[in-house]
Design a protein around this ligand. Structure first.
Ligand code: F6P
Length: 349
């Protein structure tokens, strides 16, 4: 068989490990692997697929590298006139028998639409946001949460030295996985996530109390996707950006949630406050052990599904088992952090 492979959406550590796993498992099965460049963009231009053969040596030495050797983009072929037809025609032009799409909910929603049209597609969940439905873990989450933990470790000592509040803004559009796990592991004193309404009065009271009992410093982790109360008084409103990506998502970095929160905390508590926006540092660097192993398992399972003729599925982690779930169940849904985990993280504040 000739198996196509693409990585779409935001990059994250572990993508190259998955690419390597698909190519190596395909080779063992006697198949060829063809990489599509820059996500769905590699298939979306009529008559001009952007592809590269992925042989044994092409995936050598990439296991521990961050990013994706195939490149990525947020191209949405469903958004373009004839975009999905171009994808289908390019699959034929490249003589691909199946396609592995590695991505988050946006990339996988295109995979689900293709599967609905009868195309032989298998999905692999990746996003440091960890919010793809029907899987316990996405490639990239463990590495990114570890980066947040390490950043908080560093911020702890400078916060303590200056007796300050440190606000740490982390990624997380619809769910607070990175904030919750990174914050819990780093010993954050308050964690603000999209799953729960923000009670600024309670948070500031908590921070003031910590200052008076001699703790002296506090770390507040905030997910960039939280909705701040409208009465912040800084006149910026909460939308703050009209720039949308191809899937209709606003640029959350432009909202400046951490900066606005930090200013408000300083005003309300009188405690000197500093803000760190971790941004794309969370998406860079080498994948963790967990992500390397997970990506390797997912890549191998995706090719196994193709060999067995099981299409329209996403490989997923349930407990410690790799399973397959219908792509139709993944599309348009979002997995938020379990309330018990949020309660656990709050316990340490
Ligand atoms: O991959 C998802 C994500 O990490 C979001 O949490 C974040 O808002 C977004 O990517 C930003 O990505 P970019 O700036 O690359 O578009």
């Amino acid at each position: 068989m000739r198996i196509g492979l693409l990585t779409g959406g935001g990059d994250c550590p572990g993508l190259n490990a998955a690419i390597r796993a698909v190519a190596r498992r395909a080779e063992v099965g006697g198949h060829e692997t063809v990489g599509l460049r820059n996500g769905w963009a590699g298939l979306a231009t009529p008559g001009r697929p952007d592809a590269v053969e992925l042989g044994h040596l092409d995936v050598s030495g990439i296991l521990g590298e961050g990013g994706t050797v195939l490149g990525t983009s947020r191209t949405n072929p469903q958004d373009r006139e004839g975009g999905m037809d171009a994808v289908r025609d390019n699959l034929r032009r490249l003589r691909l028998d199946a396609l592995v799409a590695i991505g988050g909910d946006d990339t996988l929603s295109v995979a689900a639409a293709l599967a609905e049209r009868g195309e032989p597609v298998v999905g692999v969940p990746k996003t440091m946001d960890n919010d793809v439905a029907e899987t316990d873990r996405c490639i990239g989450f463990d590495s990114a949460a570890t980066t947040v933990m390490e950043a908080i470790d560093r911020l702890q000592s400078t916060a303590a030295s200056h007796h300050r509040v440190m606000v740490v803004e982390v990624m997380g559009r619809d769910a607070g996985w990175i904030a919750t796990y990174g914050g819990l592991a780093g010993g954050a004193d308050a964690i603000l996530v999209p799953e729960r309404p923000i009670d600024l009065a309670a948070t500031c009271h908590h921070l003031s109390r910590r200052a008076t009992i001699g703790t002296g410093s506090s770390i507040v982790v905030v997910a960039e996707g939280v909705v701040l109360p409208e009465d912040l008084g800084d006149g910026t409103g909460d939308g703050a950006t009209e720039t949308l990506d191809a899937f209709g998502h606003p640029r959350l970095d432009r909202r400046g949630v951490g900066e606005r929160l930090g200013r408000e905390i300083e005003t309300r508590t009188g405690i000197e406050t500093r803000v760190t926006v971790l941004g794309h540092i969370q998406r860079g660097g080498s994948p963790s052990l967990f992500d390397r192993v997970l990506a390797s398992r997912y890549g191998v399972a995706a090719v196994a599904a193709i060999e067995a003729g099981r299409y329209g599925v996403m490989v997923a982690l349930r407990g410690d088992e790799i399973i397959e779930v219908p792509l139709s169940l993944v599309r348009g849904r979002n997995r938020q952090v379990d309330p018990s985990m949020l309660d656990l993280a709050a316990l340490f504040g």
